[in-house]
Write a protein that binds this ligand. Structure first.
Ligand code: AMP
Ligand code: GLY
Length: 450
């Protein structure tokens, strides 16, 4: 039985814990909240400072961990993977320098350009206001301003959504420059977003099914951006608005990025490589890289992973992924998050979460706890972040969505919000129609002047 250290305690880590235990591992979790789902599965569980390398190594040593799996990005940025490797523990999660693919937007963009990897929008990096106005003038109405560091998804402001004039864009840039931050100003891409995550050992990549997340808090893609309200994947492991070439291009971009990282950093990237793409009329473009599994996307893909997850993690951590079988069931998956009302802006603090276990089991859906704490009395207390995710799967979309909703019906409480429109036929059709419209206007021949 492999003894695995799991770092992190959200819904993604609950899903990772379940997949590891399913493959026969004994999991010890170093956590930031009292996640009842992980506590029920784990042989060891302790609250601690996830971003403190020595504290994590001490915990791993006490639990005699042979393998470590790092869930969130902040410990990667803090050098936790470096410390675990230095302590002789095979680790899934890149070293700090390699994790710059996520922690610095400018590094990720420059890497693509330096290595001639396609999919990069036009961009420039700044640390002061000089030159920004000219660059905005060149970009016109389609621009995005990004803080060049980890900001929990809050550092990105998009023209038309958050910024409504060059003056507003300059104000935001001024704010970033004043706080000593570098920032990237880039072309706004128009299309449909999708996540393409790969298992990576530095040499070999094995790709996961494509997933679409929903960042906006409210139904109909309205409201503020969030960490992700829910996601789906299709039986084909592609998505209805993508063609085969989009998928193969995204695979090739991830492969080229991993090779470029190896070449530049002189060390293999060992971990999950998550490309956040947008399908445009001109092919897939890269929005960002993450050095971890997506949350909620991990819940979709791990639900249908057929192969031995411990073996895959071991393969990534030791450079032997080429020897591993990586297969996913041909099923559709739908994930919807239960969050406190106001999540994304000003979340309610007085929410309660009650799970009817019998009803949940009867639905066949999976439930993963996120940022909740189980009180000594057994009550589930929510925090300012997402509370729990329900995942349904099925041979067809409709069955997966129905199972997810049946699972959600087993969740009750006060002050909770769910985006029920995720993966409904109306929303799926809207995505396909959006992409069809973009592709056909791109392909339409230019009107010739007489
Ligand atoms: P990021 O933190 O880089 O993933 O950005 C957060 C969100 O901002 C993305 O999920 C997109 O919806 C949006 N975004 C970021 N970059 C661009 C871009 N170049 N064009 C259009 N939307 C973008
Ligand atoms: N699903 C968005 C993220 O994990 O960053």
């Amino acid at each position: 039985m492999t003894r695995v250290l799991l770092l992190g305690s959200g819904a993604r880590e609950h899903a990772i814990a379940r997949a590891l235990c399913h493959s026969g591992a004994s999991v010890s979790c170093f956590a930031s909240n009292l996640n009842p789902g992980i506590m029920a599965l784990a042989a060891g569980f302790e609250l601690g400072e996830l971003n403190a390398p020595q504290a994590v190594v001490d915990f791993a040593t006490r639990h005699r961990a042979e393998l470590a799996v790092i869930g969130p990005e902040a410990p990667l940025a803090a050098g936790v993977a470096d410390a675990l490797r230095a302590a002789g523990i095979a680790t899934v999660g890149p070293d700090r320098e390699l994790a710059r693919i996520e922690t610095s937007k400018a590094f990720a963009r420059d890497l693509l350009v330096r290595h001639g990897i396609p999919g990069c929008p036009r961009y420039r990096t700044f640390d002061a206001l000089e030159g920004v106005a000219d660059w905005l003038a060149e970009l016109g109405d389609g621009y995005v301003v990004k803080y060049d560091g980890l900001a929990g998804g809050k550092g990105v402001k998009v023209a038309g959504d958050h910024l409504h004039s060059h003056a507003e864009a300059l104000d935001y840039c001024r704010e970033l420059a004043a706080s000593g931050g570098r920032f990237v100003v880039e072309e706004k891409l128009i299309g449909e977003e999708f996540s393409l995550m790969s298992f990576c050992d530095g040499e070999t990549l094995r790709h996961m099914p494509a997933v679409q997340d929903h960042k906006r808090a409210l139904e109909g893609d309205r409201g503020p951006n969030t960490g992700g309200m829910g996601s789906y994947s299709d039986t084909s492991h592609s998505l209805a608005f993508l063609d085969d070439e989009d998928i193969s291009t995204a695979h090739a971009i991830n492969e080229a990025a991993a090779a470029a990282l190896h070449a530049e950093c002189g060390a293999p990237y060992r971990g999950f490589l998550y490309g956040g793409f947008i399908a445009t009329s001109d092919g897939p473009k890269l929005i960002e890289y993450n050095a971890r599994l997506g949350d909620p996307e991990a819940l979709n893909v791990l639900e249908i992973l057929q192969s031995d997850f411990v073996a895959i993690c071991h393969g990534m951590a030791t450079g032997t992924l080429a020897d591993c079988e990586v297969e996913f069931r041909p099923a559709a998956t739908v994930c919807k998050y239960v969050v406190p009302e106001g999540y994304g802006v000003k979340p309610r603090r007085d929410c309660t979460l009650i799970i009817n276990e019998e009803q949940l089991a009867a639905s066949g859906a999976s439930l993963f706890y996120a940022a909740v704490n189980q009180s000594p009395g057994g009550t589930l207390e929510t925090t300012s972040s997402r509370a729990a995710a329900v995942v349904g799967s099925g041979a067809m979309f409709a069955a997966a969505e129905a199972q997810c909703e049946a699972g959600l019906a087993a969740v009750s409480g006060r002050g909770l919000h769910v985006r029920h429109d995720i993966a409904t036929p109306q929303l799926l059709e809207r995505r396909v129609a959006h992409m069809r419209g973009l592709r056909s206007s791109h392909e339409a021949p230019a009107v010739m002047a007489a």
